[in-house]
Unconditional design. Structure first.
Length: 241
């Protein structure tokens, strides 16, 4: 699945660049994703510590939210109501992504622990989209695509305090289960509104491949574009004189 994902991504990038010369419009810009919800499903409601003998209880489905700093450069080519987009960006969650689990200490009492995952990575993606209504100033659209995440920094900290005022720095308890320290391919689905100079969007990235846990991210962002450039004229109908 990993190799096939890379091939699909390479083919999509190749198609974008090959069609630049025949594009109806070309646009460049920047995207800043400011907020993300990280939907995660663990393989079981019990996980074993990666540093000691403990077995923790964990809620299998968790959706921690976090502020994002995902900044990407964009290249967009338009064909009437269709478009193709290429993005290259850098991603980080400044305050980390926090997951919760518990450990029994006797009777009905439990100690609650939190793991804060911090990582920085490159994010490259390509997508194809369609404008649902091309007549509006802010045109609604949908898109589908594929991308690749490559971390270059990763850390996990553990604490009993959800605000992490005190913590065990570098304590890895769920790193091997999440596998966010490894590169991965994702598929994406998005929707948004785009005008001549800006766009707002929601993009849902789903990690694919052989992984222990299901991991995905729903992110919200805003894009700023250069002035639309018409590369060639395009007439759907031209009446006879």
């Amino acid at each position: 699945m990993l190799r096939s994902g890379r091939r699909i991504l390479s083919v999509l990038f190749f198609l974008i660049f090959c069609n630049l010369l025949q594009a109806q419009r070309l646009n460049t810009g920047l995207t800043y994703e400011v907020y993300g919800i990280h939907l995660t499903k663990f393989p079981s409601d019990i996980i074993f510590s990666e540093t000691n003998y403990k077995a923790y209880y964990i809620k299998q489905f968790q959706a921690p939210d976090a502020l994002n700093m995902n900044i990407s450069a964009n290249l967009v080519v338009d064909y009437s109501r269709f478009f193709m987009s290429l993005k290259f960006g850098l991603f980080t969650a400044p305050n980390g992504i926090k997951f919760k689990y518990t450990y029994p200490i006797g009777g009905e009492q439990f100690t609650t622990y939190y793991s804060k995952i911090s990582y920085q990575c490159t994010d490259v993606s390509g997508s194809a989209g369609y404008f649902l209504n091309a007549q509006k100033f802010m045109k609604p659209y949908i898109e589908l695509g594929i991308g690749r995440i490559a971390p270059y920094f990763y850390s996990e900290d553990m604490s009993t305090d959800p605000k992490f005022l005190s913590q065990w720095t570098g304590r890895q308890e769920i790193t091997d289960i999440l596998q966010l320290d490894k590169s991965y391919t994702y598929i994406l689905a998005g929707l948004g509104y785009r005008g001549d100079f800006m766009a707002v969007s929601a993009r849902y990235r789903i990690r694919v491949g052989d992984h222990v846990s299901y991991y995905s991210t729903l992110s919200l962002g805003i894009s700023i574009y250069t002035k639309f450039s018409k590369l060639r004229k395009h007439y759907i109908y031209q009446p006879e004189e």
